[in-house]
Design a protein around this ligand. Structure first.
Ligand SMILES: Nc1ncnc2c1ncn2[C@@H]1O[C@H](COP(=O)(O)OP(=O)(O)OP(=O)(O)O)[C@@H](O)[C@H]1O
Ligand SMILES: [Mg+2]
Length: 353
């Protein structure tokens, strides 16, 4: 299986008066697993449909393997797609659904049979091959759609929330299978999800999208540690990054309460005459010691091994993740290590402090 790069250049897409893609630029390397992540309605499916060719952009160009495919019909793009509503043929058995793409290409029966059993084993649907879609559960249908996309030869694999209907256990298992498969085959994948755990575990890189615009493209580590803006910061992570509004006049204050800022950041703020900014830090990095700012725990959320402490600090709630049961008292002191503090000016991350 070859793999090819995908490039979107200044893509705009309108539905009536509504501009749903506002100048998308994205480069996916050959063999890369790129996750398109964003909230419902931000334009993920539209982007995939444009790459597949089932939808046309109003402006901009699309390249696959360096070739301009903007004006090519879907069947000439050599792209395989799992649609969000996993459209599988109702009048065909699971076996025929999976083998359909190969059959259309004139592949012989024996080869088709082998491929069908290979992918159905991978997706744990071997026992369903003789059933019809109406006799399947939603999660089973979804796996048939994934199997069919995998069985069909492609240069680029597009998947639109392919695991959304599976229970948590099966989803985690399938995620692992997809990851392993990608390691083995090194095919180019664009994978759409609004589930950030899926994005962080699967993606070589993640493109984070809001309202028809890509806000940041980076490795899971980059996106997690250095979110480009407060929107990305507030979307990634469970719970997401704490974002406090800070006033600075030599001392940093949050709702009038002093917040300890290390000398390096203080100096940066003074040098640039910054009086207001947003301070970001992840709940996982909050330290609960005897020293630091003091606040009151107003809610504890049990997440198994850990718990999320919701600490009232001024009018803000600071969230901290800690081992369950470790903090007993509801009055706590907390601090944030310098290397984990992020400064946002006009909602944008300030790098190189
Ligand atoms: N055929 C269409 N006609 C008009 N508007 C559409 C059409 N398809 C999508 N839209 C609108 O375009 C926007 C982007 O839709 P899209 O399906 O790409 O979102 P999405 O990111 O995939 O969301 P979700 O996570 O809910 O699947 C939405 O506001 C949607 O209502
Ligand atoms: Mg969608």
């Amino acid at each position: 299986m070859k793999s090819k790069s995908v490039r979107l250049e200044d893509i705009e897409k309108k539905y009536g008066k509504n501009t749903v893609l506002k100048g998308i630029n994205l480069e996916v390397e050959a063999g890369e697993f790129l996750v398109l992540l964003g909230p419902s309605g931000c334009g993920k499916t539209t982007t995939l449909r444009l790459v597949a060719g089932v939808e046309r952009p109003d402006s901009g160009r699309i390249f696959i393997g360096g070739r301009d495919v903007t004006d090519l019909p879907p069947q000439r793009r050599n792209v395989s797609m799992v649609f969000q509503n996993y459209a599988i043929f109702p009048h065909m058995s699971v076996r025929d659904n999976i083998g359909f793409g190969l059959k259309m290409r004139g592949v012989d029966k024996v080869t088709i049979g082998k491929k069908v059993s290979e992918v159905s084993r991978l997706l744990k649907i071997e026992n369903l091959l003789d059933r019809y879609p109406s006799q399947l559960s939603g999660g089973q249908r979804q796996r048939v759609a994934v199997a069919r996309a995998l069985a069909t030869p492609f240069d680029v694999l597009l998947m639109d929330e392919p695991l959304s209907n599976l229970d948590a256990l099966l989803r985690a298992e399938m995620r692992g299978e997809l990851k392993r498969l990608h390691r083995k085959l090194q095919h180019t994948v664009i994978y759409v999800t609004h589930d950030q755990v899926e994005a962080l575990t699967l993606g070589d890189r993640i493109a984070v999208m809001f309202d028809g615009e890509i806000n940041q493209v980076g490795t899971p580590e980059e996106i997690y540690e250095y979110p480009e803006n407060t929107r990305v910061a507030g979307f990634i992570g469970t719970p997401p990054m704490n974002l406090l509004e800070v006033e600075f006049d030599g001392e940093a204050r949050v709702d009038g309460l002093e917040f300890h800022i290390p000398a390096k950041i203080r100096k940066f703020l003074e040098t640039h005459g910054i009086k207001r900014f947003k301070l970001g830090f992840r709940p996982e990095y909050v330290e609960l010691r005897r020293t630091g700012m003091s606040g009151t725990i107003v809610l504890r959320e049990n997440i198994g091994y850990n718990e999320i402490l919701n600490i009232q600090f001024g009018n803000h709630i600071v969230r901290a993740v800690t081992k369950r049961g470790e903090v007993r008292d509801n009055r706590v002191n907390f601090s944030v290590p310098e290397q984990h503090m992020r400064i946002f000016m006009n909602e944008k991350l300030v790098r190189d402090i």
